[in-house]
Design a protein around this ligand. Structure first.
Ligand code: SF4
Length: 650
């Protein structure tokens, strides 16, 4: 039986064509293998288990077999009063498993648990001013709407009320160490689940950090609403019927391409294609536009940076950058120096039209910026996380955690050094105050300019300031830490006297390299600039990084950053990072992906959560810490290299 489950319903409502690709080996799904990691990083496992603790004594339906799960649920539903975890219900080819069901006679409470924060002080968070479901909540409420619909069909005659259970960001955790009482372990069948510590007491659950929010009113809006779908207007029930019947027959719904395709999980990377897999994305675009393989080599409108009119242009048949005109972009000059957003977009289009691969660099604009800087230049980068269940009494769910930073200095004479770092991934330790204290210590020896890449460091520091101010038992140096934070940050028009300079903003204003494909992420800007800067190529093609008498590094030794790839281009430095675990000697350590490298922020956050919530040996912990240190060091060194390349281009 090909069941339309709630996951498939959610997939289909985003794009119905995806129902044809999902679950088929020939169409790799880029997101699937990361489900466990995503749940780990978001706190899904712990939140789910904590919710069950609020409904203690429930019966868990463990089997994954659809028929068995439905049969067992039916058996349990014969009882007048019962709590069931993971009950399964079926109606035709619709199939759901609820998180928690509470049966009391003819009343059913459907509880969907989400690893998401909820602001219980906010008025009417689910609706917009015009009374529509707000876009941020739409997918969560559609999910509950689908479950309630199927449950109603499977259990006629019952009164069903539905709830979302989420972490309340306004509730303080009642005790210390609660998050360490929910550890992720394998069960006897090798499946991952949460082991609740024997020490979990009534006191721990007294003040509930998860809130149960009634959502029937919004679910009703969805059930009674209409949907513009595949060129037709449909009721909710017709939509369910439409998706389920196509899925049951494995009938592909004609693709309607659009801006949504940019993040389609059915895109193949080159390795997948070389292995003979098919790209759902390419199949859709070929079908919709009559494209052939060669068309995908040209820059498409999906690559255009920060452009809001992609859907309108695609509808008008403008699918490649080459098709766009100045009128499509509506170029406006900005008030600030450098490129405005629309000028930058047009620059991207123009370079694509002219097949011009050379970078754009506004030397005069950059020179004016650099004149404002004071040596030594400090480059900093944070690795952060948000954990669902707080570490300490008084802390709230999903508060920001800065568990790591790296710090590079460029001196006036050009000398570069990895000047400092911080990492604290010890389970159950709230690292923020110590981290900011250490950052302050490293930065307060001079008045040099501090650099960040994007807003992340600024917002996390401001969050730590809020935590310090709200702390009922603050550290003795609270005032000096807050003063430091105010000095290096900016917010709401306020600018600290040593406010960090955002390199990302400078990239957007003064630098564009077509090799970035419109992305301003440091992961794309760095390899692009390394390929165009002869200065970087010459300097870093030598093993001088971490070499005595050359560039001081805390985690690398005699390292060469410039290495050529097979295509003659310089390899992206992030791809040079070593595997976390050794292929031969670390065979027994469980891998979470085939190519386990720590090369982006999401992976760093997951590594941190893994060290917090899973059982691991000291050896495994050391390996992960080493990988985190190397990764974060590269992030600040990437900023240094971008600065050096610009300096040499003036
Ligand atoms: S490429 Fe676009 S139309 Fe095709 S499945 Fe992905 S999102 Fe849907």
């Amino acid at each position: 039986m090909r069941y339309l489950t709630k996951t498939r319903f959610k997939l289909g409502i985003k794009c119905p064509t995806k129902l044809f690709y999902t679950g088929k080996k020939e169409y790799p799904d880029q997101r699937q293998e990361n489900e466990f990691l995503a749940a780990l990083a978001e706190g899904g496992f712990q939140v789910g288990e904590l919710a069950r603790q609020y409904y203690k004594g429930g019966t868990n339906i463990e089997t994954l077999d659809h028929d068995e799960a439905v049969a067992r649920t039916e058996e349990l539903m014969a009882q007048d009063q019962i709590v069931i975890y993971e009950p399964a219900f079926r109606h035709n080819n619709l199939f759901i498993r609820l998180d928690i069901l509470v049966k009391d006679g003819k009343d059913l409470r459907l509880i969907e648990v989400k690893s998401k924060s909820f602001d219980s002080m906010e008025d009417n968070p689910f609706l917009t001013k015009t009374g529509k479901i707000s876009s941020g909540w739409e997918s969560y409420l559609q999910d509950v709407a689908f479950q309630k619909y199927v449950l109603g069909k499977a259990c006629p005659g019952y009164e069903i009320s539905s709830f979302l259970m989420m972490a309340d960001k306004n509730v303080s955790c009642p005790v210390d160490g609660l998050n360490q009482k929910f550890r992720i372990m394998k069960d006897s069948k090798g499946r991952k689940g949460v082991k609740v510590s024997n020490s979990l007491a009534e006191e721990d659950l007294r003040c509930k950090i998860l809130i149960e929010v009634p959502v029937d009113e919004y679910v009703k809006l969805i059930h009674e609403g209409t949907f513009e779908f595949c060129g037709r207007e449909m009721s909710f029930s017709s939509l369910v019927e439409f998706l389920s019947s196509h899925y049951e027959k494995d009938d592909k719904i004609t693709p309607e391409i659009g801006a949504k395709c940019k993040g389609c999980e059915f895109k193949c990377d080159t390795a997948d294609e070389a292995a003979g897999h098919q790209s759902g994305f390419k199949e859709c675009w070929k079908e919709a536009l009559g494209w052939n393989d060669g068309d995908f080599d040209e820059p498409s409108i999906l690559d255009l940076w920060n452009f809001r009119k992609k859907d309108a242009c695609i509808k008008a048949g403008k699918t490649k950058l080459n098709d766009l005109t100045r009128e499509d972009i509506e170029i406006k000059a900005g008030k600030a120096p450098g490129l405005s957003a629309s000028r930058r977009q047009w620059l991207q289009v123009e370079k694509a039209k002219n097949k011009d691969a050379s970078p754009h660099f506004d030397a005069a604009g950059m020179k004016a910026e650099m004149k404002k800087w004071k040596f030594p230049l400090h480059h900093i980068d944070f690795e952060t996380s948000r954990v669902a269940i707080p570490f300490l009494k008084g802390r709230k769910p999903y508060e920001g955690i800065i568990f790591q930073f790296s710090h590079h200095i460029v001196h006036k004479d050009g000398l570069v050094e990895h000047a400092g770092q911080y990492l604290n991934a010890v389970p159950g330790v709230f690292p923020n105050y110590e981290c900011v204290r250490e950052l302050k210590r490293q930065l307060e020896n001079d008045n040099g300019t501090i650099f960040r890449y994007a807003a992340h460091e600024n917002s996390y520091l401001l969050e730590v300031r809020r935590q310090l101010l709200e702390d009922r038992d603050p550290p003795a140096d609270r005032d000096s830490l807050c003063e430091f934070i105010l000095a290096v940050t900016e917010s709401d028009g306020r600018k600290g006297e040593r406010s960090m300079v955002d390199l990302w903003e400078l990239v957007k204003k003064y630098y564009y390299d077509p090799a970035t494909n419109g992305s301003n992420s440091i992961k794309d800007v760095l390899p692009a600039i390394m390929n165009s800067s002869s200065y970087l190529q010459e300097k870093y093609s030598q093993p001088i990084y971490g070499k005595a008498g050359e560039i001081k590094s805390l985690n690398y030794k005699d390292w060469t950053w410039v290495r050529g790839g097979e295509d003659g281009r310089i390899l992206a430095p992030y791809t040079l990072l070593p595997h976390v675990f050794d292929k031969d000697t670390d065979e027994s350590i469980e891998r979470f992906s085939d190519d386990e490298k720590l090369k982006e922020g999401g992976a760093a956050m997951t590594a941190y959560c893994r060290m917090q919530f899973t059982e691991m040996s000291g050896y495994e912990r050391d390996k992960l810490e080493n990988a985190l240190l190397k990764y974060c060091e590269l992030d600040t060194f990437a900023m240094v290299m971008i600065y050096e390349a610009w300096r040499e281009m003036l």
